[in-house]
Ligand binder design. Structure first.
Ligand SMILES: *[C@@H]1O[C@H](CO)[C@@H](O)[C@H](O)[C@H]1NC(C)=O
Ligand SMILES: *[C@@H]1O[C@H](CO)[C@@H](O)[C@H](O)[C@H]1NC(C)=O
Ligand SMILES: *[C@@H]1O[C@H](CO)[C@@H](O)[C@H](O)[C@H]1NC(C)=O
Ligand SMILES: *[C@@H]1O[C@H](CO)[C@@H](O)[C@H](O)[C@H]1NC(C)=O
Ligand SMILES: *[C@@H]1O[C@H](CO)[C@@H](O)[C@H](O)[C@H]1NC(C)=O
Ligand SMILES: *[C@@H]1O[C@H](CO)[C@@H](O)[C@H](O)[C@H]1NC(C)=O
Ligand SMILES: *[C@@H]1O[C@H](CO)[C@@H](O)[C@H](O)[C@H]1NC(C)=O
Ligand SMILES: *[C@@H]1O[C@H](CO)[C@@H](O)[C@H](O)[C@H]1NC(C)=O
Ligand SMILES: *[C@@H]1O[C@H](CO)[C@@H](O)[C@H](O)[C@H]1NC(C)=O
Length: 682
């Protein structure tokens, strides 16, 4: 990547120490993704570190998901760089790594000391204020491995690269010191609202902070100067450079902290930093189609805090409790996922943060009062497009929302439903997102099916019937569209981008959308509609089966009706909602025949699994492969687990020529992924 480094240097974390210093790198999980999530909390706080050789060191720059951050320790007067490139001192070696649903942990060998470095991006299912606060923790502990006491100082900085994709732009900054904590903040001198350059927001403020502890120092200024100063003295000057200038004016503007831990054999009290990116407002939202009236919406956490300083103090002082909550949540997630397989548990740990980077917002009335009945969430289609609440991406993240807190799915659906229920929205089918692509008529079948399935999944799993009641007429209109259009198609594009005639997999999504509506009607007391839609779904299913099943093809579903080419197939990932929601449309025998067929396909699968459709020239998709696994007959758990392991194989590899965070699209034999557009960090 040519981008200059984004120094998001968060630096050290927990030590795990190993008594063997010469050791090979070990992953606590045998899981070695090429890129580790470091700070993954919002569309613009989404940083990773690439370790192409997957083992030896963190002495590369951390990067924004598509791009590009520094940490040093000084031990017995010698500087060791635990993260990032260049700078003073020796490089370090990673001994172990571990990825949990909220944390990436590294233990790094620096001379005779092991540093435990933890990047912690909280997931807070019970508390919307906490969930909406776009901050992460970085913590470091240290242990001597030779039994002797060592003198340890820690350093970490971030650069102003966080606030613009154009490093010639002028930054302004300040350091705020209170009795309990210190924070640096930086933003552009001339921020540009709702604008981004190379996926970095041009209207954000970056914060880097820590609690006041004994022997801490801080400084702002040119990165190289501060790093050298720390390398030679082990401390900073408690000063601010007040000459505002370009982010990179012959040296990057940076914001640093140093802590002198003193001399010991074990430093078990973590040194904790907090990093955040705040945009305010976060979105301009148009609730009514055809209207020019937009709302400036703010992050939900503002309902509880009158100033960012208070919010940062609360976040810093909550650290110990946050770790405890995360530990309990992770035990629950990991044991549930382990009941499927170890590969599945690793994938869930890897993907959870990534699926939860939405902005959670609230509106205010003209007097500034918060409207608690108007909480909306906005998801960015990271790594693929810049679309907002892209329906197929929301659908792919539906399971994580349903598992953690089904209400979150409703907060994402509400803006889509509200907009399309307004009189200015004239189409009889659902839009694929909030705005950008609504002109394309080829993607309405998949969007309409997904919306009905998600709206019912939200109501059923959260027990909250508000959306299905409020938008009943809209949902019914959409269902009528599906009744007429699902079975036979000649111009529709599937969720994986194919545009074939009469796609079996796309048709079943539409049919299951109708079946979901039958349950919505039943739940809202619309019994006549329930009966009619149930009968429609059942009739459509029978015809679908007759068109899509072929006796010459051993009973598996054909990729398109009548396509009996011996080698043609599609992964029927759209059967998943039947299973998820207990819709009872698809017969067990069909599930069983599919599972048997996938089992045969798996024998000749590429190194990275199966393409989602033989007409796609070997392209595979992680989300849809997992949805296929989720729609396997209960009697075929072996085949289900094989599909999971195919996705694991790609996540756990450095095969791509373009190194980068785990993409959704990749070649089933080479692992290569298009850049951009492969769904990196999606
Ligand atoms: C560092 O991490 C390892 C592995 O989790 C742990 O055993 C060790 O106690 C940690 N060291 C410190 C100082 O926290
Ligand atoms: C991938 O990792 C292996 C070690 O597992 C290493 O030998 C190889 O060079 C790496 N490939 C790239 C592209 O860095
Ligand atoms: C660390 O740096 C010092 C001073 O530059 C050098 O003498 C020493 O060999 C280095 N140690 C390692 C393990 O790289
Ligand atoms: C889900 O989130 C909402 C909103 O924050 C909260 O009121 C509710 O208690 C959460 N429910 C569960 C089951 O965690
Ligand atoms: C609060 O939001 C709800 C849902 O959008 C809306 O119906 C209501 O009018 C709003 N209340 C005020 C006072 O704006
Ligand atoms: C779709 O399938 C139906 C039923 O087999 C067939 O009659 C129709 O011609 C197909 N559509 C196209 C455009 O080929
Ligand atoms: C759907 O149900 C309605 C009402 O029962 C019926 O008139 C219509 O023919 C059905 N459509 C299909 C495609 O089954
Ligand atoms: C996948 O890789 C194979 C082998 O290099 C190549 O033939 C094929 O075109 C690739 N597919 C895509 C979608 O790039
Ligand atoms: C598997 O079993 C569960 C629990 O009994 C059921 O809800 C689900 O529909 C079954 N899945 C399939 C594909 O039959």
């Amino acid at each position: 990547m040519l981008n200059a480094f984004l120094s998001l240097p968060l630096v050290l974390l927990f030590t795990i120490f190993a008594s063997r210093v010469d050791s090979q790198f070990i992953s606590a999980q045998n899981f070695l993704p090429v890129s580790y999530p470091l700070a993954v909390r919002s569309p613009y706080l989404n940083a990773w570190i690439d370790t192409p050789d997957r083992t030896t060191s963190l002495n590369v720059w951390p990067t924004h998901w598509d791009n590009n951050n520094v940490g040093f320790a000084r031990i017995d007067g010698v500087a060791w760089q635990w993260m990032g490139e260049g700078g003073p001192g020796n490089t370090t070696t990673v001994l172990t790594s571990e990825i949990t649903p909220t944390q990436s942990r590294f233990s790094v060998l620096a001379g005779s000391v092991v540093l435990n470095i933890t990047f912690f991006s909280p997931i807070e299912p019970l508390d919307l204020v906490k969930q909406s606060f776009p901050f992460v923790y970085l913590s470091v502990e240290a242990t001597s491995i030779d039994g002797n006491e060592h003198d340890v100082q820690l350093y970490s900085d971030i650069t102003a690269e966080w606030i613009s994709g154009d490093r010639t732009k002028v930054a302004v900054w300040q350091t705020v010191v209170s009795s309990t904590d210190v924070y640096h903040q930086a933003s552009l001198q001339n921020p540009e609202p709702m604008t981004e350059i190379t996926n970095i927001a041009e209207d954000s403020t970056v914060y880097y902070s820590m609690q006041t502890v004994s022997k801490m120092t801080y400084q702002s200024g040119i990165s190289g100067t501060m790093r050298s100063q720390f390398g030679s003295t082990g401390s900073l000057s408690d000063t601010q450079d007040n000459t505002f200038q370009a982010i990179n004016a012959g040296g990057f503007i940076a914001f640093a902290f140093a802590v002198d831990l003193g001399s010991s054999t074990s430093f078990t009290t973590p040194t904790v930093w907090a990093l955040g990116i705040v945009r305010d407002p976060v979105i301009q939202y148009v609730p009514q189609a055809g209207s020019s009236q937009s709302q400036n919406r703010r992050s939900y956490f503002w309902t509880q805090f009158s100033s960012i300083g208070n919010a940062i103090s609360a976040f810093l002082s909550d650290y110990t409790d946050a770790v405890q909550r995360a530990t309990a949540l992770e035990q629950r997630i990991t044991s549930a996922a382990q009941s499927i397989s170890t590969d599945f548990a690793d994938l869930v740990s890897f993907g959870a943060r990534q699926a939860l980077t939405s902005d959670i917002t609230i509106s205010q009335d003209s007097n500034g009062a918060w409207n608690y009945s108007d909480v909306l969430a906005f998801q960015r289609d990271t790594g693929k497009s810049r679309r907002v609440n892209a329906v197929e991406t929301l659908y792919a993240t539906m399971p994580v929302h349903l598992y953690l807190n089904a209400s979150w799915l409703g907060m994402h659906l509400q803006p889509l439903l509200q907009y399309q229920d307004s009189s200015g929205y004239q189409n009889g089918f659902a839009s694929p997102d909030l705005g950008m692509y609504s002109g394309l008529t080829e993607i309405h079948l998949r969007s309409t099916g997904n919306m009905l399935i998600m709206t019912w999944a939200h109501a059923r799993m959260s027990g909250d019937g508000t959306l299905i009641k409020r938008y009943y007429d809209l949902l019914k209109r959409w269902t009528n569209f599906l009744v007429t259009n699902s079975l036979l198609q000649n111009n529709q594009i599937s969720a994986d981008g194919l545009q074939n005639v009469n796609m079996t997999n796309l048709a079943i999504k539409g049919i299951l959308g109708v079946a979901a509506m039958a349950q919505i009607s039943s739940a809202t007391g619309e019994d006549a509609d329930a009966q009619a839609f149930k009968a429609n779904a059942s009739a459509l299913y029978q015809t679908w089966k007759s068109l899509a099943l072929s006796s010459s093809n051993s009973g598996h579903l054909l990729p398109t009706y009548g396509n009996t080419a011996a080698s043609g197939y599609a992964l029927m990932y759209n059967m998943y909602p039947d299973n998820l929601l207990g819709l009872g449309v698809i017969e067990e025998s069909v599930y069983e025949a599919q599972a048997a067929y996938y089992s045969t396909l798996a024998q000749s699968a590429g190194q990275f699994g199966l393409t989602f459709d033989t007409s796609s020239n070997g392209e595979a998709n992680s989300a849809w492969t997992l949805f296929t696994a989720g729609s396997i007959a209960n009697s075929s758990t072996g085949t289900r687990n094989e599909l999971v392991s195919m996705v694991y194989a790609r996540a756990n590899s450095n095969a791509s020529t373009s190194v980068g965070s785990f993409p959704t699209y990749y070649n089933d034999t080479t692992g290569a992924s298009p850049t951009p557009g492969g769904g990196q960090a999606r």
